[in-house]
Design a protein around this ligand. Sequence first.
Ligand code: ZN
Ligand code: ZN
Length: 641
Amino acid sequence: MICNFPTPHPGEILYSVYARYSDRMQYRSAPAVMQDLYGDKGKTVNVSFPNGLGRLINNLPPKHNYTVGGLIDNHTMLPFYEPFLPASRIALLRNLMEANQVNSAPSVVGLRTGPFSIECTRFCPRCVEEDRKQFSECYWHRVHQIPGIKFCPSHKMYLQACNISAEESRNGHRYLSAERMIDKNLPVFSEETNMYKDDLWKLTLDAFWLLKNHTTTTHLATIQKKYLILLNDRGLATYRGNIYTSKLMQAFQQYYDSTFLKSLHCELNESARDNWLLRLPRNSQVVYHPIRHLLLIHFLGHTVETFLNLSSEQKYFGGGPWPCLNPICDHFRERCIQESDVIYTSSSKHDKPKAIFACNCGFTYSRIGPDPLEETLFQASRIQQFGPIWESRLRELWEDPTITLSQIAQSLGVNRLTVKRQAKKIGLQFPGHLHKTALPQAPQNNFDICPEQTPDLALLERYRTMWLSTREKYPEDLVGHLNCKIHTTYKWLYAHDREWLRSHYPTHKSSRNASRNRNWEQADEQIATEVRSYALHIKNSSGKPTWITSTSLLKNISQFSSIRANIHKLPLTAQALAEVTETHEAFVIRRIHWLVECYHLEQVVPTRRQFIMRGHFYLAHERWTSVQIAITDALSQLSAN
Ligand SMILES: [Zn+2]
Ligand SMILES: [Zn+2]
């Protein structure tokens, strides 16, 4: 049993405790100390990773407060290494340090001796002074002995080293206490100037932090993930973790002077492609000295504390859940897509992360990351699948002759081209929608088109006559204009008598000539009047409202495209258009009023949600306060009735 075991001082390395014990017992050799502490004369103890700590504890008198873990954390070098070791080795090391077998801990750490082996020779004169005052003796501080640490973290003083005399070093198995080695009268301390002072000071602070905080939660594999994230942030690696080696080497060498690196035994071997810097973020099993990790961490703009607190999971798309971007979905813009419905992949084209988000409604979109801003959450890079709900809504809108292509696009949240493409994809009939108009057709019968049946000859005659007479009446119209004017006729002929129809299209030539020769000055007044009366007509017509835009007005007038092209020659028309066309916002509000009428007739009082859904007001509702107010008014009007 050891009765005079010295109480370890704060931050004292265990070797120093043994040395003070040796002094206390006035032993002149290491075997005597080992015999007392371990009952084994032949034992040698490694300075950084002492072993046999279990036996040491057992040899202490009863009721002591020491534990193996406590000794390791507070009086050995392991906490300095721990975050930079593979997880599997940490438990093994702690076991080895507790056991009393041959000490294989240093080789398990994976460190060759050489430049990083330590002996206790270094001290801070101010610490010596203070320790002597407080404890009546000085001791070897753990942090002062770390190779590469040149400062005392408490006093920011340059560390000094004792010379071990030839006799002392010959007697290699002796425990040398600080009190014995450091002169009672310290030489006058002159602060050494060092051009790398700032970098050295950073290393000191971080080494000290590691020793004090003995972080056991982070391990090498997560550290390496973080390196790759930070290298990617700085453009020195791809997001998939491929390092731009020459770029990294260049940036690192600009940051650290080669002399400085050499002084720390951390020089880079330029000729070898895989030097320590390039291997540090890559190979998760090779152990490198913590000083090298600290150099890289500082280069990446962190302290060890901020670095260890970083997340090792790069959230390229922010935290979930993510919104559905299908305007027809009940969960439109609601964050309803859970992590489990997201597939992370990579965009080979951009070498960027890509995620595919799938809502239950079937709508699936992808986004290329990383998201720079929160708003990107609501932007899809590409829609992968529209899903059955969206498609059935498209079908519904497509088949409604009062709805224009633009309105479909608006209500489905895509552009007109996408509407057409998707319509084609799901087999909707063309050109069904391309020239829709909200204007009532010339009085015609409604009928179902059944291409399989032989057409009724009387009908055939009737529609052919209608087509020819209209073509005659509007000699300047192109086929599109005629389609607008007598859409049902066109549709019937297209389905049953296509060849005849094609052979009776108006000729483009005459139309172009007519346009060229037209006297715009004379025509202006008439066109302006037509525009105004059409606008009034649209506004007053019952049924689902049509958006009054210059396109929706002009396409009902002969020579639609040439009017557009010559609008500068048509001041009255331009004036009329400016006056009668409505903004999208105004159109939405008109639609709100119309919907109120519908509900009124149906004698139904909808909820706000039902109202918005039926009118497809989601986007507008989000965009304009006036729309929100109009909906509120509409609902209170309906519930009052
Ligand atoms: Zn000090
Ligand atoms: Zn959805």
